[in-house]
Design a protein around this ligand. Structure first.
Ligand code: COA
Length: 559
């Protein structure tokens, strides 16, 4: 089928559906929901068999849904309506939640139901639930709904009309405001989780209006509401029965109005007492001769200091008597490359970009040059840009089914990219394959990545099962009878590659391009980064997504 994805942006859920629907053999095009006339034009150009709306912020124009089946993905259970579905489910501490696929009609979220899928709720941020449980349920419900289309067209099946509940408005800041004098840690966290990644809970810190993000329980206590101190880059605040650590802040009326580590957003907090840092961001463990390095950076963004800290942890792991090191990334993201927010906040974004890419390259180099044991990247969460190439620096890349990869840089203002991609990508895909992937600029699912040869294994979709499989496989590799032979082959291959073209030459060439991106006449990277960090709304759909706007696009004649 020809499917048009009508969406507010190409967010993680839309990307995942794109990948799954492409995998199922459908022909896809994307249009951002910007303007009714443009939406109508997209429908006329693409003539889709069905319109799917995975992420909308306003109703579909009547001129579209009257003539065409439009299915809306609502991140809520049947009967739930309104834009803050998941926020409210978290605040109410629902044990179960779900996704409903319903047909667009005049009344928002009140059309007949095509499919639904349920999931148990987890104590996690809204964005983590959205990226995991909601996305999995949405994939399942959308595929079910699409399978019903032939019967619907033949008049053999009708979507179910259900009594719709009231249309609840956008959640107001007051509904999740924290009452520090009364709320216990669990309540404070629920409120914070319901607003993370966006819009954040509105609060005041040291007299400044702030939005709070990246909260975790912290082992301390004090007068309820008291700022107990700073820990790492975060701030610790007492609740009635404990404390929470706030890692990131946004100060909408400050000169840097985007999300930043708390201490950077609020420099006055440097005067607070120093408390032990949370040690959860980078964590190392060992089992059966294998070292496991977890690194869970907020939003997968890795600034210069994060790269250096991870490299230090990696070097430390290399001093241990293990036979393999597994890079596990975080639960939601493996890595999204350089930290664009920190770069935007720097006095010289060009200089900070340069420092950040050098730090990423140093980290990748340390992994590529590891010749005394095997290295494995095990991706539980999505990876994009430099973060995807960081994974390719390992000898083996194992990916959880359902993970979406964006192994290209050009969407960030035609950034050339580094992280030794000119070495890592052709060694897996060949020169032509590497070029095609980089230019395609499209997300890639784990199964498609495996078919291409970009990764070595696509493992269980379930997080716990995936980890279990990774541990089993890593231990098996480390103790396999051919371990020594494998290691020898790896050393020989690296030596041969180095003789053909030294790593230093790859890095120098890539960085020469990056220098032009950062300091040159063409400022596309800086403009794209600003738009990304400030979340500037889209004013058009990028050409690589809107196939119906490609020159020469025609609806097939036999249609
Ligand atoms: N630096 C800082 N923040 C980043 C980031 C980065 N490199 N990559 C993602 N984020 C943030 C987003 O701003 C967003 O923030 P929010 O919590 O305030 O909403 C959050 O992470 C989730 O990102 P989002 O874009 O919504 O995720 P996605 O899964 O829909 O898309 C990507 C994934 C990888 C396509 C997209 O995040 C991206 O293009 N990132 C930039 C990658 C990049 O160019 N890195 C620099 C070059 S190495």
């Amino acid at each position: 089928m020809r499917l048009l994805l009508l969406t507010h942006s190409f967010n993680s859920l839309t990307q995942r559906l794109y990948v799954e629907l492409a995998e199922a053999g459908h022909e896809l095009s994307v249009e951002f929901d910007i303007n009714d006339a443009v939406t109508r034009e997209a429908v006329e150009l693409f003539r889709p068999h069905l319109i799917l709306a995975p992420y909308l912020r306003r109703p579909i124009p009547e001129a579209v849904w009257r003539h065409q089946v439009c299915l809306v993905v609502h991140p809520g259970v049947v009967g739930d309506r309104g834009p803050s579905a998941l926020d409210r489910a978290i605040l109410r501490d629902e044990a179960q939640w779900g996704v409903t696929v319903l047909q667009a009609e005049a009344e928002l979220d009140a059309g007949p139901v095509w499919a639904q899928a349920a999931f148990p709720m987890r104590r996690a941020t809204k964005s983590s639930l959205y990226r995991n449980e909601v996305t999995e349920a949405a994939v399942q419900a959308v595929l079910e709904a699409l399978a019903r289309l032939p019967d619907y067209r033949a008049g053999r099946w009708r979507p179910r009309r259900v009594p719709a509940g009231p249309l609840l408005p956008l959640l107001s800041p007051a509904e999740r405001a924290i009452d520090w004098s009364r709320d216990d840690t669990a309540t404070v966290l629920r409120k914070l989780y319901s607003a993370d990644g966006s819009p954040g809970v509105e609060d005041r810190l040291l007299g400044h209006p702030c939005r709070l993000f990246d909260a975790h329980p912290y082992d301390a206590s004090g007068c309820p509401g008291e700022l107990l101190g700073r820990a790492g880059q975060g701030i610790v605040r007492a609740t009635v029965d404990g404390a929470v650590h706030i890692g990131h802040l946004r100060r909408p009326d400050a000169p840097l109005p985007f999300k930043l580590p708390a201490l950077l957003a609020l420099p006055e907090a440097a005067g607070l007492a120093e408390l032990p840092a949370r040690d959860a961001t980078i964590r190392y463990e060992e089992a059966q001769g294998v070292g496991y390095l977890h690194f869970d950076f907020y939003n997968g963004a890795m600034g210069s200091a994060a790269c250096q800290a991870l490299q230090a942890a990696y070097e430390q792991a290399r001093t241990r008597p293990t036979r393999a090191i597994v890079l596990l990334g975080g639960q939601d993201f493996f890595s999204n490359g350089m930290d664009l927010n920190l770069i935007e906040a720097a006095d010289s974004p060009a200089d900070e970009s340069w420092r950040n890419i050098e730090a990423m390259d140093d980290l990748c180099q340390a992994i590529i040059e590891t010749d005394d044991r095997l290295t494995i990247a095990a991706l539980r969460g999505n990876a994009g840009a430099g973060g995807a190439f960081l994974a390719l620096a390992a000898d083996f890349v194992w990916v959880r089914e359902g993970v979406v990869l964006n192994p290209h840089y050009r969407n960030m203002g035609n950034l050339y990219g580094s992280e030794y991609w000119t070495y890592l990508l052709p060694r897996r895909l060949g020169e032509e394959g590497a070029r095609r992937l980089m230019q395609g600029r499209l997300p890639l699912g784990a199964r498609a990545a495996l078919r291409l040869g970009l990764i070595d294994a696509c493992l269980a979709r379930d997080h716990a099962e995936f980890l279990h499989e990774v541990r089993r496989r890593a231990a098996a590799l480390a103790h396999a009878p051919d371990y020594a032979l494998r290691l020898q082959r790896k050393q020989a291959q690296r030596a041969a590659d180095e003789a053909r073209k030294p790593l230093a030459a790859h890095r120098a060439e890539e960085l020469a391009h990056m220098q032009r991106n950062f300091y040159g006449f063409d400022v596309s990277y800086h403009v794209a980064r600003q738009r990304f960090v400030h979340k500037t709304p889209h004013s058009w759909t990028p050409r690589h997504l809107a196939r119906h706007r490609e020159i020469g696009w025609q609806v097939p004649a036999d249609d």
